[in-house]
Write a protein that binds this ligand. Sequence first.
Ligand SMILES: Cc1cc2nc3c(=O)[nH]c(=O)nc-3n(C[C@H](O)[C@H](O)[C@H](O)COP(=O)(O)OP(=O)(O)OC[C@H]3O[C@@H](n4cnc5c(N)ncnc54)[C@H](O)[C@@H]3O)c2cc1C
Length: 414
Amino acid sequence: MESRLHARPDAGRDPPGRRRPPAAVSRTAGVVIVGGGVTGTSLAFHLASRGVRDVLLLERTALAAGGTGRSVGIIRQLYPTRETSQMVKRSLAVFQRFREAVGGDAGFVGCGALIGVAPGMRATLEATVATQRAVGIRAEILEPSDAARVEPRIDASGLGAVLWEPESGYGDPAAVATAYADAARRLGARIEQGVEVAATLTAGERVAGVATTRGERIAAPVVVDAAGLWAGAVARTAGVELPIVVGRHPVFVVERDAAFGRPHPVYLDLAGGAYVRPETGDLTLTGSLIDDEARHPMDPERLGDPVSLAEAEPALARTSRALPALARARWRGGWAGAFDITPDWMPILDESPVRGLWIAAGMSGHGFKLAPAVGEHLAALVTGAVPPVDPAPFRLARFGSAAASGTFATSYLG
Ligand SMILES: Cc1cc2nc3c(=O)[nH]c(=O)nc-3n(C[C@H](O)[C@H](O)[C@H](O)COP(=O)(O)OP(=O)(O)OC[C@H]3O[C@@H](n4cnc5c(N)ncnc54)[C@H](O)[C@@H]3O)c2cc1C
């Protein structure tokens, strides 16, 4: 069968005077994974663990060069649905024993996470926590006046309740991606950096492989688009439109003063719209939980751009209200991050209308903490096994023509 090449508009253009060699099939793979962030590397590991031979991961620059390397790395467990709760619980179990489960160091710090909600959100919180408990997640709803026994430095006045997740915390996303890639290699997968997929090859209604920007063609019966912020562009080369918006999420860094004392836990103030997570070097990473990223589209090539103090100031004011001792912290800079956002702020983990072309994208700001379960889930689907979590909420077809709604904060409580 003749294979068709769905090329990006600029994919075939060479500099004047240079001619590309004819695109003959130069090699083959069983599964090609596009993207070397936490999603692609976790999937490579899980496919190889299932005995899939000939897994080839292609990363256009370096492992963790995308959203993974710019992530805040928070692992909280408050999710509005049974399936996402199951996924985060499965993932946390991996982070807690990463060295045995995968190998290497995930940088996991189980400092616990506090989540403050407004009085009007308390009933929803109680219902959501019931779902969490049903899947075995440890979480305790505290009266605002009791939050001080966990962390006396947060200002809980005006809150309706504070959720305490003693097992949550944060990890190191770049380290996790690297560790998954190393583990996948040990199991026989090939991980290639500096190789950019220019187009997805199709034959009739099926995927046939990929073409790289070097003019190489790699034949493969299965291709997984795990290109994060670039997933829409990769899928488009196969004629598949993904309902994903790339939305800007800046991260601000401050340095705690000596009087602050021991590091704070992760704190997400859903009422006031701020989050904080400690970092080494007395640093705190902070940002906004009220700006709707979906309404701030960003060119993914601007990832990592510096941010100004002027931009940070409104967010830092909310941070200081949530944790007043941080009002004394020193501004240390920050960076422009971005989320790949779907209309319901939940991932797409599904086969596309092009048979054999799978999508593992639209992580909507959750992709680090879910990565172990996402890789496990996709590996099951791709190999025709039953995934551990019901796949229905992650199907591509669930959206119809819905436009983006809600915000990142609504992905906690619905
Ligand atoms: C600022 C910020 C804060 C975050 N905070 C949290 C958090 O606290 N907790 C949490 O759970 N999640 C968080 N996230 C989300 C999480 O980090 C991401 O969802 C996750 O890291 C995405 O991983 P990925 O592998 O899907 O995508 P990416 O990490 O973006 O990886 C995709 C890779 O594909 C490569 N690529 C793109 N196009 C091509 C191509 N054509 N050919 C080959 N390779 C290609 C890119 O170079 C990139 O390395 C945050 C994200 C950001 C940006």
